[in-house]
Design a protein around this ligand. Structure first.
Ligand SMILES: C[S@@+](CC[C@H](N)C(=O)[O-])C[C@H]1O[C@@H](n2cnc3c(N)ncnc32)[C@H](O)[C@@H]1O
Length: 295
C-alpha cells in the first residue's frame, strides 16, 4: 500500500516580481552598447519629428529659456510610448540605480519617489514591498498621466503631479527617493531639499542617486541637505554602463534630524575616494572643476 502525502495548504500564490531587466523591457526600454544604434532605434520608435523636437528643447535648455525648454522636453517625453525609447539612453543608469535602492526599501510604511517620470522604477520598487504604500510624483503632468495609465503597476502605487520646488505630497514618508531627477538646476536645490526634508518622518531616510559627478558636487549637495535638516548616513557609489563606458553615480543616504546639530560620522572625502577606487581602480580626480562623470 502506498502512503498518500497530505499537502499542506500552500496559501495564496506570492506575486511574481519581474527582474528589473524584464520590467524595463515591458516598459519599452532596450539596452544598447553603441550610441549610434540607440539613436537609430529610438528615432524609429518615436518618429523623426518627435525626436527632433525633443532634441531641440534639450539643446535650447539654457539661460533664460532653461525652465520653459526643460518643461516642454519632459512634456514630450512623458507621452505614452515615448519615455521607454528615450530613456533607453539611460538604460544602464536606470538598471543600476533601480537595484541600488532595494536595500533601503522598508517592508511597510510610506515611500515617495520624487521626479518619477512615467513611474517605471517607482512601480518596480512598489512590487518589491507589497506591504508599503508608494507614491510617485513628478512636475510633468503628461508623465504622471502616462504613469497612471500603466497596467503593469502594483496595487500599492499611485502617481500625482507635484513640483518639488514648490511642495510635495503630504508626509510623513519613511523613505524619499530621487534618481536622476532633482539635480537639474542648482538654484532650485535648497527649496527641493527643504521640501523633501519636510515630508520625511522623524528619522526618515532620503536616498539620492543623482548625477553628481565630482566630490565637490557631493559636498555641496550635502551642505544643502544639512541646511534642510538632513544628515549624511552613508556615501556609496553605483557603477553603470553607458554605451559600453563605465560610469558611476554617488548613492547618498540622508536622515532627517529634528533639532539636533547636523553632525555626520561620514568622512565625505574618504568615503568618496574609497567608492571611486573600488569602481574605477584609481584615485578620483582632484581638479575642482573636473566635469562629466567620475569616469
Ligand atoms: C531623467 S527623468 C528621471 C525619472 C526617474 N526618476 C528615473 O530614474 O527614471 C527626470 C524627471 O524628473 C522630473 N523633475 C525634474 N524636476 C522636478 C521637480 N522640481 N519636481 C518634480 N519632478 C521633477 C522631470 O519631469 C522628469 O520626469
Amino acid at each position: 500500500m502506498t502512503a498518500t502525502a497530505t499537502l499542506a495548504n500552500p496559501g495564496p500564490t506570492p506575486a511574481i516580481v519581474p527582474t528589473l531587466r524584464d520590467h524595463l523591457s515591458a516598459n519599452g526600454l532596450r539596452e544598447f552598447s553603441e550610441g549610434r544604434k540607440y539613436r537609430r532605434w529610438m528615432r524609429g520608435k518615436i518618429g523623426a519629428t518627435k525626436c527632433a523636437t525633443i532634441d531641440w528643447y534639450r539643446n535650447e535648455a539654457h539661460g533664460f529659456h532653461y525652465q520653459v525648454m526643460r518643461t516642454a522636453m519632459y512634456d514630450e517625453i512623458g507621452a505614452p510610448g515615448v519615455f521607454g525609447p528615450v530613456a533607453s539612453e539611460r538604460y544602464g543608469a536606470m538598471l543600476a540605480s533601480g537595484e541600488a535602492v532595494l536595500p533601503f526599501l522598508p517592508a511597510a510604511g510610506r515611500i515617495l519617489d520624487v521626479g518619477c517620470a512615467t513611474g517605471v522604477l517607482t512601480s518596480w520598487w512598489a512590487m518589491q514591498v507589497p506591504g508599503a504604500t508608494v507614491t510617485g510624483c513628478d512636475n510633468t503632468p503628461a508623465a504622471v498621466s502616462t504613469a497612471n495609465q500603466g497596467d503593469a503597476h502594483a496595487g500599492n502605487v499611485s502617481f500625482v503631479v507635484a513640483d518639488a520646488t514648490l511642495g510635495l505630497p503630504d508626509g510623513p514618508f519613511s523613505l524619499v527617493i530621487s534618481t536622476q531627477s532633482v539635480v537639474e538646476n542648482a538654484d532650485e536645490l535648497p527649496s527641493v531639499l527643504g521640501h523633501i526634508a519636510s515630508v520625511l518622518a522623524p528619522d526618515g531616510t532620503y536616498l539620492a542617486i543623482e548625477p553628481l559627478s565630482t566630490l565637490r558636487g557631493v559636498r555641496t549637495y550635502t551642505e544643502f541637505a544639512n541646511d534642510a535638516g538632513m544628515v549624511l548616513q552613508s556615501l556609496g557609489m553605483v557603477p553603470y554602463l553607458m554605451f559600453g563606458a563605465l560610469q558611476a553615480y554617488p548613492v547618498l543616504e540622508y536622515r532627517r534630524v529634528d533639532g539636533l546639530p547636523i553632525a555626520s560620522s561620514v568622512d565625505i572625502t574618504e568615503a568618496y575616494a574609497t567608492a571611486y577606487r573600488a569602481i574605477f581602480g584609481k584615485e578620483p580626480p582632484t581638479a575642482p572643476h573636473s566635469a562629466g562623470s567620475p569616469g
